[in-house]
Design a protein around this ligand. Structure first.
Ligand SMILES: O=C(O)C(=O)C[C@]1(C(=O)O)C=C[C@@H](O)C=C1
Length: 243
């Protein structure tokens, strides 16, 4: 009779437990998901979840700072076990990586000076030559801006953490980003308002990005996430950062 396959293919699931370390790539510039503070430590939704997740593997989280442009290359090169921090699910990324089950629906939402909210209710309303659209490079925001704004004046701003001050200082008019970020920043920056965060300009989902083809690891991540959601832990983390 034919033998069933023996043993398991090499998986991050085993390597992480063996090393006692979970290596996590993150840009750390994106509230409320993953944000690096001045003392170099990280905070946010994904940080709380990863602390608990790594504990389930008896591993310590090790944060590895990267950029949005390098997130996928770093993961694919094996520099980390997974990549988090408000990562949008895209079919482009899916060609070279796996995703966990999505844990949040989060579409593209404009944020602007509150006095201007009525002006920026649609892509067409924003895409006018007199509108200065600002965006951060390397992620889905840049892709959205370049694909949708052909007439507006586009300005790339390298530092995601200071992009909101550019709008407040009237050096730019509008930034189109994820709803959760627009909602968080409108709380942090009086004078800025998220434009219809409940009616995004484009549908989007967030997930953790995982090494391609590592099915055992993906199954574990998804199972952990499912239990955290069903058991209430996930919601407690969300409430802590989004309420
Ligand atoms: O690329 C992604 O996955 C993101 O969702 C990250 C992204 C972006 O789209 O650029 C989203 C919002 C933040 O302002 C910074 C980065």
């Amino acid at each position: 009779a034919q033998q069933p396959p023996q043993g398991t293919a090499a998986s991050h699931l085993d390597a992480v437990q063996k090393a006692g370390v979970l290596r996590i790539c993150t840009p750390g510039d994106y509230k409320p998901f993953s944000f690096q503070k001045t003392d170099a430590s990280y905070e946010g939704i994904d940080v709380d979840l990863m602390t608990s997740f790594s504990g389930s593997l008896n591993a310590k989280p090790e944060w590895i700072k990267t950029t949005w442009a390098n997130l996928l290359p770093d993961l694919a090169a094996g520099k980390c076990d997974l990549a988090v921090g408000g990562v949008s699910v895209t079919t482009e990324r899916q060609k070279r990586a796996f995703f966990s089950a999505p844990y949040m629906v989060n579409g593209k939402t404009p944020i602007a000076r509150c006095a201007d909210v009525a002006k920026y209710q649609s892509v067409a309303a924003i895409d006018k030559p007199e509108v200065r659209v600002i965006f951060n490079p390397g992620g889905s925001n840049e892709r959205f801006a370049r694909a949708n704004f052909k007439r507006a004046k586009l300005t790339m701003h390298g530092e995601n953490v200071t992009i909101f001050d550019e709008i407040l200082a009237n050096r730019a008019d509008v930034f189109v980003t994820e709803a959760a970020e627009a909602i968080t920043q409108q709380k942090l920056k009086p004078g800025l308002c998220a434009v219809n965060p409940d009616k995004p300009l484009q549908y989007g989902e967030m997930a953790w990005m995982l090494p391609r083809d590592d099915i055992a690891f993906k199954a574990y991540v998804d199972q952990w996430l499912h239990l955290a959601q069903a058991g209430g832990e996930f919601q407690r983390v969300m409430d802590r950062w989004l309420k």
